[in-house]
Write a protein that binds this ligand. Sequence first.
Ligand SMILES: *Cc1c(COP(=O)(O)O)cnc(C)c1O
Length: 355
Amino acid sequence: MSSYLSSKYAALEAYVPGEQPRDKAYIKLNTNESPYPPAPGVMDVLSREAVSDLRLYSDPTCQACRAAIARRYGVDVENVFVSNGSDESLAFLFMGFTENGAAFADITYGFYQVFADLYGVDCRVLPLNEDFTLPYEDFLTAKGTLFIANPNAPTGLTISLSQIENLLAADPDRLVVIDEAYVDFGGESAACLVGKYPNIAVVQTFSKSRSLAGARLGFTIASREIIAGMDKLKYATNPYNVNRLTLLAGQAAMEDETYFDTTRQAVIDAREWTKAALSERGFTLTDSKTNFLFAKSDRIDGGKLYAMLKDRGILVRHFTSARICQYNRITVGTMEDMKALVAKIDEILAWEDKA
Ligand SMILES: *Cc1c(COP(=O)(O)O)cnc(C)c1O
């Protein structure tokens, strides 16, 4: 590492994205992208004219895109902040809304720990229960800003809106951030609580259920005051944080409710089919409400299954931390992808049983 890099970053452990290998064509079930293209309206707005307009800066207020989000969630434009991926929303929340520290689960989105380290936030890491459910009582009394992925990743498990309400009511001085990256696949959004509680921020992304991972667009819904604070940090960091094409794409994606419902339902159906197929084969799976499954089998080691699937052209995500190293996180693709996955798993298990 360069000796010019500030020493305070020397030991920082950054986020490691899921692998994107180029050595051959894989069925990619490792980074929770959508298997479907963006809504047709997205293709239409990305015209030659729109590309030509790239010579101009993007709208720093992101007005039209925020308005589309606000309409969809029944809030005011002033309740919406848009960001370069939801990761950027989370970065600003860690940067500027953690005066009393932060608390999050031991098994959750890996970026929380990275942001806490990057911004020097004092954090409490609360271990999930044995069955991977949230240690709700611990969160009720935890100090500092709570960061909760709901549904959680990589477990796929949810907490209920009434549990979230209790967390909000337990301490009005404490901000609760609900990361809803996967909520559209079967969870219940807490966006409806924003009018009722001043201490909630709901973070969502266009990367999963709206097929725009490569466009980098996310948003936060919260009180006007919280959004104004996030805006301050944005104008102190990167005023044109979302590019013109992404703003157009995001607005079009948000406005096509029919396509959104069709594709998310297709993912849910393929998830339930795959879950049944893997259970029949003796896998243990969590009750995932997301676009991925979290699965392990007593018949094969988690790391070995990951490697054997990769050899056979299917990429899934394997985590090495002790509590979850027997599991793989498998993104739900098309039915065709999932049938290919199950066929390869049958092949691998037959091989294992012989060995
Ligand atoms: C994918 C994901 C995000 C961030 O996605 P962006 O592409 O930055 O919008 C945030 N939180 C969780 C839990 C995720 O899985």
